[in-house]
Design a protein around this ligand. Structure first.
Ligand code: 3PG
Ligand code: MG
Length: 371
């Protein structure tokens, strides 16, 4: 894990050089239009640094999961147009994942990528957990560096992992506990308490013996949740779970329940009592990491829990970090994205960095010839 990761200054003089910048321009799109350009704007400090230092910048990214074949649905055209507005004259290659060599980490694809390139910068934090060609390939031969975004993300997230101010609270939501097991276990080692909402709470509630009606849950993870709950207790940590739930009853009508759901009922959000309790935990913390919405916030009827948690994130004096994806989208939807200390551009990458303390993209940079 140790070892120096070169930064932009370690590239030496970039004047007149062609620099390949791996960005994560995997932005949300609807009908061919970008719905949130956060990831494009986040790469601008690095792009501008390089152009101001006289480099010619060539950016490259994946978009979606086209599975190794060209597909107009995943073309970079809309991103290229937006980038041209934000950083005129900066080149953007076609979707890296149109070539199977990207995900396959094929040396021949790496060779094509670095052809005519003098230096490499990785600023694609959101993809740094993927050992793909454009991420781990170029640093094998080119002078390389992490960009300013990647550097900031690593600093903030490793800071949480290694030296958080206590109380440190992690708020987790989203659908699947199975996706987040590793990070839950790792977080239990560093946090003082864990707050669990979203659909994943039903697997925990089931593990405690509560009735969850027809709510989404993962039956094969109930034992694991039981183990996590007793492990937390042994370590003197608290896992906060909902004690009221909002959803629909067996007839499909909107309803509020306690933590026992009748047969046929489905939970889609944490209830108002739970939202208030979760918000108190966030207000009393000195560090908060939040990943995953508390409910189906795209539907206004089930947005209140996520909105209350987002508002507490904005209001607390704690150092607040939001891990990419849906929770960042929720913050933006409520207009609160400027009120937290750090919104990560990475969902999976931020969780993996918190869990493991390292990422394939960082390992690759440590082995660069100029490191
Ligand atoms: C993301 O959006 O999480 C990153 O861009 C990585 O994309 P992937 O999960 O398709 O590898
Ligand atoms: Mg604040």
């Amino acid at each position: 894990m140790g070892g120096h990761i070169p930064t932009l200054d370690d590239l030496g003089d970039v004047r007149g050089k062609r620099v390949l910048v791996r960005t994560d321009f995997n932005v949300p799109m609807e009908n061919g239009a970008i719905t949130d350009d956060f990831r494009i704007r986040a790469a601008l400090p690095t792009i501008n640094w390089l152009t101001e230092h006289g480099a010619t910048v060539v950016t490259a990214s994946h978009l979606g999961r086209p599975k190794g074949a060209p597909n107009p649905k995943y073309s970079m055209d809309a991103v290229r147009a937006r980038l041209a507005e934000l950083a005129p004259g900066v080149e953007l290659l076609e979707n890296l994942r149109f070539d199977p060599g990207e995900e396959g980490n094929d040396p021949a694809f790496v060779a094509r990528l670095v052809d005519g390139i003098d230096a490499y910068v990785d600023d694609a934090f959101g993809a740094a957990h993927r050992a793909h060609a454009s991420i781990v390939g170029p640093p094998q031969t080119l002078p390389s560096a992490m960009g300013l975004l990647l550097q900031k993300e690593v600093e903030v997230l490793l800071g949480l992992r290694n030296d958080p101010k206590h109380p440190f609270v992690a708020v987790l939501g989203g659908a699947k506990i199975s996706d987040k097991l590793g990070v839950v276990e790792a977080l239990l080692g560093v946090v003082d308490s864990l707050v669990v909402g979203g659909a994943m709470c039903f697997t925990f509630l089931a593990a405690q013996g509560h009735r969850i009606g027809d709510s989404l849950f993962e039956p094969d993870q109930v034992d694991t949740c039981r183990r996590l709950l007793s492990g937390a207790t042994e370590q003197g940590k608290t896992i906060h779970l909902p004690d009221d739930i909002v959803g629909v009853d067996a007839d499909g009508n909107y309803a509020t329940f306690g933590n026992e759901l009748p047969d046929g009922a489905k939970g889609f959000d944490i209830g108002p009592g739970t939202a208030a309790a979760f918000s108190d935990v966030i207000m009393d913390a000195r560090t908060v990491f939040w990943n995953g919405p508390m409910g189906m916030f795209e539907d206004d009827r089930f947005a209140a829990g996520t909105r209350t948690v987002a508002q507490a994130m904005a209001d607390t004096k704690a150092f607040t970090v939001v891990g990419g994806g849906d929770s960042a989208a929720a913050l933006a939807q409520f207009g609160l994205d400027d009120d937290v200390d750090h919104v990560s551009t990475g969902g999976g990458a931020s969780l993996e960095l918190l869990e493991l303390g390292d990422l394939p993209g960082l390992e690759a940079l440590r082995k660069a010839p100029n490191a």
